[in-house]
Design a binder for this molecule. Sequence first.
Ligand code: FAD
Length: 418
Amino acid sequence: MSTNPDVTVIGAGIVGVCAGRFLQREGFEVAIVDRVEPGMSCSFGNGGVISTTDLAMPLPSPSIVRDIPKMLLDSKGPLIVRWRYLPRLAPWLIQFVRAASNERRMAGARAFYDLLSGTTTAYDELTADSHVAPLIRRDGMLAVYGTDEGFAADATERRVLRELGATIEELSADELRQMEPSLSPNLRHARFHPESYSTRNPYKLTRGLADDFVAAGGVIHQADVTGLHQAGGRVTSLETDRGEMAVDRLVVAAGAWSARVAKLMGVKVLLEAERGYHMVFHGADCGLNHPLIHGEGHFGVNQLDEGVRFAGTVELASVDAPPDEKRADNVYALGKSILRSFDPSMASDVTTWMGCRPTLPDYLPALGSVPGLNNVWFDFGHQHFGLTLAARSGWITAQLVAGRDPGLDLTPFRADRF
Ligand SMILES: Cc1cc2nc3c(=O)[nH]c(=O)nc-3n(C[C@H](O)[C@H](O)[C@H](O)COP(=O)(O)OP(=O)(O)OC[C@H]3O[C@@H](n4cnc5c(N)ncnc54)[C@H](O)[C@@H]3O)c2cc1C
């Protein structure tokens, strides 16, 4: 590989690594720059679900806006805001409330549906002939509900998604018990999403694809990008703690730090960190046959190759704030309550983790070219769907950099839409 790559990608999370792989497939020589090792940020510890169009409803909704005050006062609830951060968060929250109108939500769902179409095919392209293939499961996922009211509250969402074309199977409590005997008998309903994929280990998937990237001639530089040089409407080089790096074309896939990178090039992006937590019981087996999310509790449980992972919660706070371990305890307590007989003493080790989901107020990513800059593309802001969307948006980015039409309207994903 030459010292001046055709394309430089900032960020070696799942999003940057997938973009790098698809760019290589377009014939580009590619370098990825990250201050940490591949997969060590948000892509390390997610729930492992690779969903399809059947979860295409963006999160902001009139009912969530109604529930926000209640959620904010419940320190064990699925959403908390660090109060000191509230003034900084205000512009994002105002746009969140605007995005929650029924009209904006439906438009968002249509855009998100088109983006989610092809998520699994894109992963097949990257993984089928790779040593990471055994990390991919193709046997669907579950969304479970503890109350009739909770399930009924999702009825409109199910109808809209079906009208758009999604496949959603509804399961009674008995059908759910037959499918997942290790779940608590208290669960009342479930949605089964047969076309979804998942991974047995999100970190190993990112790391493995990064290894494929290097084996195909890619270079990964471990460096912190601290500045950018521009001339004639182009970014010409990166300032890093390891010296200056020349740039021909640039993809920004810096996850929750992308707004800071964009600011270095004079572009303002309304991106916040939705901090989530996990607790892993290494070596333990919870008996689940599918990964699941809890429709009312907003957490997930997944049996990974390394043990059982309980993941979830949203904490709105600075990307730099220290983790609050109590949040991981809460996620575990919720997850354990829906398992019939999970025995934590089976675990050889228990670890907790916090990761920053990169989220714009309408829960659609920033994807595509950057107004005013001829050689920069954004690929970030994938919120709760970064693992899901990484391959698909990496493919779209590679098409754009190669000068091809990816075949979907990217207007809803413009970074300057707020
Ligand atoms: C608890 C939890 C559960 C989740 N579950 C799921 C799930 O089941 N399915 C799903 O699809 N998604 C899930 N997600 C979301 C998903 O994990 C994220 O959307 C995804 O990991 C984001 O990937 P990324 O590559 O954009 O960011 P990251 O993995 O954070 O990578 C960005 C990288 O950019 C680097 N970087 C940033 N700035 C600079 C700089 N200036 N210089 C050098 N490097 C820089 C960072 O060091 C980092 O490594 C979950 C998230 C959480 C927290």
